[in-house]
Design a protein around this ligand. Structure first.
Ligand SMILES: Nc1nc2c(ncn2[C@@H]2O[C@H](COP(=O)(O)O[C@H]3[C@@H](O)[C@H](n4cnc5c(=O)[nH]c(N)nc54)O[C@@H]3COP(=O)(O)O)[C@@H](O)[C@H]2O)c(=O)[nH]1
Length: 628
């Protein structure tokens, strides 16, 4: 399995670092050369100044010797210069240029009478020597010249020392700068790598995230465009993951995601890519896949999830629904391919979860049909196309009618009678269930009031509550208003909630059910046995009644498992003080079995199918007559 990022081209920052260091080095070098030059000029002027002071002294001290042509005195005066190590030769001359005295170090050439321009300028620098000349002034003006030749060796040595020091400081600064820059580069690189990780990796599972998935899929499709072949895309959504999160907490949810991701990764081949692209959604890109391979991989993925997960001492069962699409057959681009895999995945969910579905164009037709249903459903309320039918609930003790379940019916002028099994999910997904559900509660309550006002007595009515309605913040208020408007006792209304809805958001639902209970509204669990089926959880909810799903009733008596489940549900519900309704009772044998098992109430075609309000009025009249 390939989940690593591709090697990158040499980074621009590396080039930038070298460029920065080079420019810093050049600047330092320039500054160093400038410093050395300044140093040189400063040493030079200091030397000239020093020599001139000495020559002035010699000149002043030689005035008398010059006037009297005293060679010995001139020589002695001149020899004072020998103390200065720079001076290699010196001489005192008369104005006519005749030497009066001279001094030269070992091997040095004696000085000659300086040229007029040198006397004028005072000094001249050569490469290795400095020549100086100074007029000696008597009482009536110039009387002679003192000339000196000084070696620059000492100045050069000092300059070399300075240059060495300056350059070593510059080099040390460069080395320090290099170390600081390298360290900064390492810090920046680590930060960059971390940011890159965060941008591409899901922190919970360590898998590439949606952003990375887009890149991987794009690369895979581009490669197919160039080289041919096909790519398979599998979208896997964990079933009922939300229940785990809500009931066991987010940490357990995260641990489950991590463990599931590990299992899925383990069964994939190298070259396949798995990414986490949403809360409980994974995408698997299968390279160079043949049509049959997608199904095989999907089966392997589902099998990998089949063994329960051991997390924090909990044994957690989780399954997946997978949608498969193949490039280029099922979509011309990334968006179409992903959309179609998504459509297939929803189809798999609709088929009852823990399965996979390969995309085929019919699915789009189905999606189209769904769209048509939704468009028409939006107008159904206003056009008065919705009605309620009512199905009686009968006491198993005495056969008396004890309640009615309100069931929605939709007759569309062109589509005909549309089954609630078909349009309720569409209403739920589109959110239309909220206004429709509100209408159902109000209509059912108004109908109960109408029967009462017609002298048919008080009736108990049950209304289904969908997941969206349970989340609707106005639901409680709307329901209470419907009861008030109808002048009904709250106990006459029962809301049916499926186990799955209940478990979808345990904390919020516990709160909601308590508030409904405080209003006096009765509550029952619908389709019990098909969902989470935990009596322990039922204890947390203020429930009055449990409705055994008709799939368990269908094969009793006869099916040992269903008999055992039905009997157990009745016994457990009673032990919690709840009454039990059996759904889908169609035969005398079922009725007898349920009565013997102690079931309280039955609902099903055996007694009556759901009927319009007028037909129910007939039953209510019969009930009244029986009472009298
Ligand atoms: N949120 C809402 N959901 C609603 C509403 N009205 C209906 N529904 C849900 O739609 C599903 C299908 O309902 P329907 O086609 O009305 O089927 C009901 C009965 O007709 C059917 N039934 C009753 N007795 C029998 C029987 O003996 N055999 C048999 N095969 N079917 C029978 O069962 C359905 C009632 O189920 P339940 O609600 O679980 O008690 C269905 O899920 C409805 O809940 C609505 O207003 N809001």
């Amino acid at each position: 399995m390939n989940n690593h990022s591709s090697p990158r081209a040499p980074r621009l920052d590396r080039v930038m670092t070298v460029a920065n260091l080079a420019s810093a080095g050049a600047a330092l070098l320039f500054a160093s050369v400038l410093l050395i030059l300044l140093q040189f000029l400063s040493l030079r002027s200091a030397m000239v100044e020093d020599m001139r002071v000495q020559m002035r002294i010699i000149g002043d001290n030689s005035t008398a010797a010059l006037m009297f042509h005293d060679r010995q005195a001139s020589k002695e005066t001149l020899e004072a210069l020998s103390a200065s190590p720079n001076v290699s030769a010196a001489g005192i001359f008369t104005l006519s240029g005749a030497p009066l005295a001279s001094f030269a170090r070992d091997g040095a050439e004696p000085v000659a009478m300086p040229a007029a321009w040198l006397i004028q300028d005072g000094y001249r620098f050569g490469w290795r020597e400095l020549e100086l000349a100074h007029r000696i002034i008597g009482n009536d003006g110039p009387i002679g010249v003192v000339a000196v030749r000084a070696s620059l060796a000492q100045l050069h040595a000092r300059l070399l020392g300075h240059a060495g020091l300056t350059l070593s400081i510059a080099l040390s600064a460069m080395a320090l700068a290099y170390l600081v820059v390298s360290r900064m580069r390492r810090v920046v690189k680590t930060a960059e790598a971390h940011l890159d990780y965060l941008a591409h990796i899901d922190p919970v599972t360590g898998l590439p995230n949606r952003h990375a998935f887009n890149g991987r899929l794009e690369t895979a499709l581009r490669s197919i465009d160039l080289n041919g072949g096909s790519v398979g895309l599998l979208l896997l959504d964990l079933d009922n993951f939300k229940i785990v999160n809500d009931t066991l907490g987010h940490q357990t949810g995260d641990d489950l995601l991590k463990a599931a991701a590990r299992r899925l990764m383990e069964i994939l081949r190298s070259g396949d890519v798995i990414c986490r692209i949403g809360g409980d959604e994974f995408a698997i890109i299968i390279d160079a896949m043949h049509a049959a391979h997608g199904d095989a991989v999907a089966e392997k993925l589902l099998n990998a999830l089949a063994t329960p997960f051991e997390i924090d001492g909990h044994e957690i069962y989780v399954s997946g629904s997978i949608g498969i699409s193949t490039y280029p057959e099922d979509g011309a681009d990334m968006a179409a391919l992903t959309r179609n895999a998504d459509t297939a995945m929803y189809q798999a969910k609709g088929k009852g979860k823990n399965t996979f579905e390969r995309f085929h164009p019919d699915l789009n037709q189905r999606a189209q049909k769904r769209m048509t249903l939704e468009t028409n459903l939006r107008k159904a309320l206003d056009r008065g196309e919705l009605t309620l039918h009512y199905q009686p609930q009968v006491s198993l003790r005495d056969g008396r009618l004890v309640g009615l379940e309100a069931l929605l019916r939709w007759r569309h002028p062109e589509l005909g009678l549309v089954s609630p099994a078909e349009f309720i999910p569409v209403a739920e997904e589109s959110g239309l269930i909220v206004p429709i559900g509100r209408w159902v509660v109000h209509t059912a309550c108004r109908q109960v009031a109408a029967w009462r006002d017609a002298g048919l007595g008080d009736v108990h009515v049950c209304v289904n509550l969908s997941p969206r309605q349970a989340r609707d913040p106005h639901m409680l208020h709307d329901t209470v208003m419907a009861l008030r408007e109808a002048g009904m006792r709250p106990q006459q209304l029962e809301l049916e909630i499926t186990e799955t809805v209940l478990m979808e958001n345990v904390h919020a639902n516990v709160e909601l059910l308590h508030r409904l209970q405080r209003e006096g509204i009765r509550l029952s669990i619908d389709d019990f046995g098909t969902g989470y089926s935990s009596m322990a959880y039922l204890k947390r909810f203020p429930i009055d009644q449990v409705k055994i799903d008709r799939t368990f009733v269908r094969d009793i008596p006869g099916d040992g498992d269903d008999e055992a489940i039905t009997t157990a549900i009745i016994a457990m519900a009673h032990s919690l003080g709840l009454t039990v309704v059996a759904e889908g009772v169609e035969t005398e044998a079922q009725l007898r079995f349920l009565r013997e098992a102690g079931c309280d109430t039955m609902q099903g075609y055996y007694f009556a199918e759901p009927r319009p309000a007028d037909a129910i009025a007939v039953l209510l009249r019969e009930r009244l007559a029986e009472r009298e």
